[in-house]
Design a protein around this ligand. Structure first.
Ligand SMILES: [Cu+2]
Length: 94
């Protein structure tokens, strides 16, 4: 009984952790070419269109995009490509 309970608990915790922390990552990109207050909107839309991106917060003032994404579905290259194709070349901020 204890053994069964332990394996059920283990299974549930594995299920839970993969669902809750599905390899979610956050990265800050330095974004070029944002010259007016409408630009951040376009940058955000381009990032949110990438499958796997759950959140993109773009700052016109800071010239950055903070992107939350599932790294099993997308990667940094896809994110920078998306903004670049929208007219805003970006790179991970060091
Ligand atoms: Cu603009």
């Amino acid at each position: 009984m204890n053994k069964l309970l332990a394996s059920v608990t283990l299974a549930v915790s594995i299920l839970f952790s993969s669902a809750t922390f599905a390899a979610e990552k956050t990265i800050t990109l330095a974004v070029n070419n944002m010259y007016c207050a409408d630009c951040p909107f376009l940058v955000r839309k381009s990032l949110e269109a990438v499958p796997g991106v759950s959140k993109a917060v773009v700052s016109y003032k800071e010239k950055t995009a903070v992107v939350t994404y599932d790294d099993t579905r997308t990667d940094v290259t896809a994110l920078t490509r998306a903004t670049t194709e929208a007219g805003y070349p970006s790179a991970p901020r060091s």
